[in-house]
Design a protein around this ligand. Structure first.
Ligand SMILES: C[S@@+](CC[C@H](N)C(=O)[O-])C[C@H]1O[C@@H](n2cnc3c(N)ncnc32)[C@H](O)[C@@H]1O
Length: 157
């Protein structure tokens, strides 16, 4: 595992930093996900699982694949899952970047909140190609506006 993909310098404070965002955006994400198709939901950069809980509540029948390369943030995610065994049954956690992660052939929805800025433009294009290989969208790809501010050479956490 490369060190560059396992370090999040604000990991211990991330939930505190993101709390106002999720308070405002959580209901929006729940509404967007009503357009999801069949297949698992993907949470790219799941962090400690705040958005994942929103996804799980919005679509209680869907399985969820949480992609989280940061070991520190995965610790928070597993702690959250350990408190909710029913949710844990529905969630697969991948300790990888989205570039490395194997995705199932059909996805219900792809969620990448506050993280697309970590990807280079070519990596975002590649992600869309992998999420919808036949060119037709099967579900929403919610992302936050801040993700569009990415520098072309933005480094990974
Ligand atoms: C600012 S945090 C956002 C976390 C969460 N989505 C939220 O909105 O609360 C960025 C997240 O993206 C993850 N991340 C960074 N580069 C990534 C990559 N290449 N693939 C998947 N996740 C990545 C980080 O580890 C972190 O969890």
């Amino acid at each position: 595992m490369r060190q560059t993909r396992s370090v999040c310098p604000v990991a211990e404070h991330l939930d505190l930093i993101n709390a106002p965002f999720w308070q405002a955006f959580g209901p929006v994400l729940g509404t967007l996900l009503q357009d999801a198709g069949e297949g698992p939901l993907i949470d790219i950069g799941a962090s400690t699982g705040t958005g994942l809980k929103t996804m799980a509540n919005a679509l209680p029948q869907h399985e969820i694949i949480a992609i989280e390369p940061s070991q520190a943030l995965r610790a928070g995610l597993f702690a959250r899952l350990s408190e909710d065994p029913a949710l844990a049954e529905r969630v697969t956690v991948l300790s990888a970047t989205v570039q490395e992660a194997a995705l199932p052939p059909r996805l219900g929805a792809v969620v990448g909140i506050n993280m697309l800025g970590h990807l280079r433009p070519t990596e975002r294009t590649a992600l869309c190609g992998r999420a919808w290989p036949d060119g037709s969208a099967h579900g929403p790809l919610p992302c936050s506006p801040s993700s569009h501010r990415a520098a072309p050479n933005a480094s990974r956490t």
